[in-house]
Design a binder for this molecule. Sequence first.
Ligand code: MN
Length: 231
Amino acid sequence: MKFAFDPAALSVLPIVGSDSFFPIRRVFCVGRNYADHVVEMGGDPDREEPFFFTKPADSVWTQGTNVPFPTRTENLHHEAELVVAVGVEGADIEPAEALDHVMGYAAGVDLTRRDLQAEAKKRGRPWDMAKGFDHSAPMSPLQRATEIGHPESGRVRLNVNGQIRQDGDLAQQVWKVPEIVGNLSTYVRLMPGDLIMTGTPAGVGPLQAGDSVTMSIDGIGEIAFVMGPKP
Ligand code: MN
């Protein structure tokens, strides 16, 4: 096949203990999945059905030191999240079978232009420009489930300049990984290479240029980066 120009390079996640990489196909994200974060965002913590939004595959950031600071925001927020990596195709997956489709896990940050998101919510507009901007998904390398299993608990922490901002636990998730995979697969056929960011615990807050961010999930991974200068 002849292309009019060179196709873009694939976005990838390194795999811990391996020289092969996880080729990223799509990035799905769950909204409101920890009761304490639902409350801090002014929502109702009842167990309503999960809802999803997306980020482009090339918004995943894994390399270097500085995450470029996004344009068009005065209120950039961090959200510390468990990332689920899909390794096996499936649609209408039963929750009891869902973990068979999960290849592994990573630690990730769902960077959010909170001001644009608030405006979009108010006006009934889409979230894409609030959530899916360039470099909006810093992630750690992937841990294979064959190495670490399928963790149901583990501390989720995010520090900014050495100060703890988010300190939750995977056990607090409203919707567990098998339910998320099952529910999402009723909307789209999940494919190898899909990533799912599974929501954030309480403590989301603003990031400034030059802030040093460390985010970790016990037993899964850690990512550290510095927010670049404001554009
Ligand atoms: Mn999020």
